[in-house]
Ligand binder design. Structure first.
Ligand code: AGP
Length: 610
């Protein structure tokens, strides 16, 4: 977690560049922010708990300017959010200053050693502070050398940026299992945790690999590998627009991103379709023999991406007839799963940086699986470590609550399932063509749901005070229920719970009482009657039911307080539509309750810690 930015140049604008970059990285955490500038022969640091706007209030003065600096936005891991625990951190005589994203696993051991051997007095509770002291004790006038020596002592995952008081013309950065890029300017250079932080200034980027060290001066960026050999890295040219990351007239990124779904879905689909509707794999080679050779598929992900995996499982099992297990990445990596060279491992991740997913991927790779990923961020770690990458074309997703990444992940899963099933010969051309037709119709149908935004807002207003909300469904509707419930709890802090509708009677129904709010997803034609029975059971116990059904299935009205209809489509693809009212409902409830929608408490967009 956390975001880091660094700048070295000739103009005195390090402060502006760093603040601008940090604002683009607030999705990585916003518990506190700080900035350190090189000023003559000293380093001056200012930091403040809370969002970057708090920091801005204490750095406005003309005196606080420089050509070299580093900055940080924090998601607290070690030590509560506070001014003193905010980054940057320095060694005792303030000659070395560090920003850090990640975790130093052996920090307790290092802290004890630094205290007993060197008498170091720690100011903060953070793991990061040990890095500053370590570099400080190894420093003899060469920052690059001192950083490399310090890294030898450190265990864990980190991206760090470092400056030294005695070296006004240098910045050093290191990456191990946490994202880091370097931006190539003219007469200036940059580091950051992610590309959007730098897009206002540069479009030429070096993607820094694991265990690499970067030494930056204003005119040069030198990348070194683990053995300190200079690495020749190709320049990555960013073609997407920085404006895509702006709010574009919406009050919140989340609502903007909800509305971007028709476009994101069209892009994701069309970029993968040839004129004759065959699926374009673009560099991915997956033959009939490969597919027939897989005896199992593992889909591994976290949070919303995991929920996309649940729908992906149904699609692959139905169309490709291969058994699929869906696993939460943090569980998969520690349970010695049955994976071998006949396993297809599919990682799903918006950011491509989620540490649990990345670690699970590495585990599966070690065991010989073929690694396939569905990722939104181009050039991210998961994308780079996969054998094959199927990109979602959602565009940058800024709001912590994932919306357009989820629906585009679903689109990818349908395409992968269709490709596998068709290539393997399980599904015929007629079914294939019908399915592609259904997918092509989705963006327009989704727009019809967006057009009902006011109707959903009114429902949210009516039920905004409900403090316990249930989500139920059968088949793929149960997967969407999990996603709807997660959306509500993460941005409105309401206690919500999702469960397969048929499972309710095995215990959870005990919680249903007069006035309990239940979202009942009943979009599956072949399960419709069963769902109506489940709805009757909860209605009989006094629940307020909000039904989600396909247009035409009006029987649900007699059992529900409200019904939100989605346009008709085949049962398989309803998740692409049924999730949308749930996203909008969560958004409005959070808004009515005065919550911080784009940056909910305790969360960060990219979870790069265990
Ligand atoms: C979704 O709204 C979340 N904020 C979260 O569950 C997210 O989907 C999860 O952390 C996985 O992230 P990733 O897709 O970037 O790997």
């Amino acid at each position: 977690m956390c975001g880091i930015v660094g700048y070295i140049g000739t103009d005195n604008n390090a402060k502006e560049v760093i603040i601008e970059g940090l604002k683009r990285l607030e999705y990585r955490g916003y518990d506190s922010a700080g900035i350190a500038l090189h000023k003559g022969s000293v380093i001056e640091t200012r930091k403040h708990v809370g969002e970057i706007s708090n920091l801005e209030k204490i750095i406005g003065d003309k005196d606080f300017e420089s050509t070299l600096g580093i900055g940080h936005t924090r998601w607290a891991t070690h030590g509560a959010p506070s001014d003193v625990n905010s980054h940057p951190h320095s060694n005792m005589d303030n000659t070395v200053t560090v920003v850090h994203n990640g975790i130093i696993e052996n920090y307790v051991e290092l802290r004890e050693w630094l205290t007993s051997e060197y008498g170091i007095k720690f100011k903060s509770d953070t793991d990061t502070e040990v890095i500053a002291h370590l570099i400080g004790i190894y420093y003899d006038g060469d920052l690059h050398k001192a950083v490399n020596r310090a890294v030898e002592d450190m265990r864990g995952a980190y991206a760090i940026g470092v400056i030294a008081a005695d070296e006004p013309d240098k910045m050093v950065a290191v990456r191990k299992d946490a994202p880091l890029v370097a931006g190539i300017g003219e007469g200036c250079n940059f580091i950051a945790s992610d590309i959007p932080a730098l897009l206002k200034y540069v479009r030429k980027i070096y993607l820094i690999e694991n265990n690499e060290t970067v030494v930056l001066t204003k005119d040069k960026i030198t990348i070194y590998d683990e053995k300190q050999k200079v690495v020749k890295r190709e320049v990555f040219h960013v073609t997407w627009d920085a404006d895509a990351a702006e709010k574009g007239g919406y009050d919140h990124f989340m609502m903007k991103e909800i509305h971007e779904q028709p476009h994101g879905l069209s892009e994701t689909l069309n970029r993968r379709l040839n004129d004759d509707n065959t699926i374009k794999l673009d560099g991915i080679s997956m033959t009939k023999e490969d597919i027939e050779g897989f005896n199992k598929v593992y889909i591994v992900a976290c949070g919303t991406a995991y929920h996309a995996g649940l729908v992906g499982k149904a699609a692959i099992e139905k169309m490709a007839k291969i058994p699929v297990e869906v696993d939460i990445a943090s569980e998969f990596r520690y349970r010695d799963p049955f994976v071998d060279d006949k396993t297809l491992f599919i990682a799903i991740s918006q950011s491509g940086e989620t540490l649990d997913t990345l670690a699970a991927l590495r585990e599966a790779k070690k065991k010989g699986a073929r690694i396939f990923s569905v990722v939104n961020v181009v050039g991210s770690s998961i994308a780079r470590e996969s054998d094959d990458v199927f990109y979602t074309w959602a565009g940058p997703e800024i709001a912590v609550a994932s919306t357009k990444a989820y629906t585009t992940q679903l689109m990818c899963m349908y395409l992968i399932a269709l490709y596998m099933g068709h290539t393997k010969g399980v599904i015929d051309k007629e079914y294939y063509d019908m399915f592609i037709g259904e997918l092509k119709a989705i963006p327009d149908k989704l727009q019809l749901i967006l057009d009902k935004q006011d109707e959903i807002e009114a429902i949210a207003k009516k039920y905004k005070r409900k403090d316990d909300v249930f989500y139920i469904g059968r088949g793929v509707d149960s997967g969407v229920s999990y996603e709807g419930s997660l959306k509500l709890k993460e941005i409105s802090y309401i206690n919500s719970f999702a469960i397969a509708a048929g499972e309710l009677k095995h215990g959870t129904i005990a919680l249903i009482e007069d006035g309990t709010l239940v979202f009942a997803l009943a979009t599956q034609n072949f399960l419709f009657e069963k769902m109506i029975s489940n709805i009757q059971e909860i209605k009989a116990r006094g629940a307020n039911v909000i039904g989600i059904a396909k247009e035409g299935n009006t029987d649900i009205e007699t059992q529900s307080s409200e019904v939100i209809y989605i346009p008709d489509c085949i049962d398989e693809v309803t998740p692409l539509l049924s999730v949308v009212p749930l996203q909008i409902y969560a958004y409005y409830v959070a808004k009515f309750r005065g919550c911080n929608i784009d940056k909910p408490k305790n969360l960060a967009k990219s979870v790069t810690v265990e």
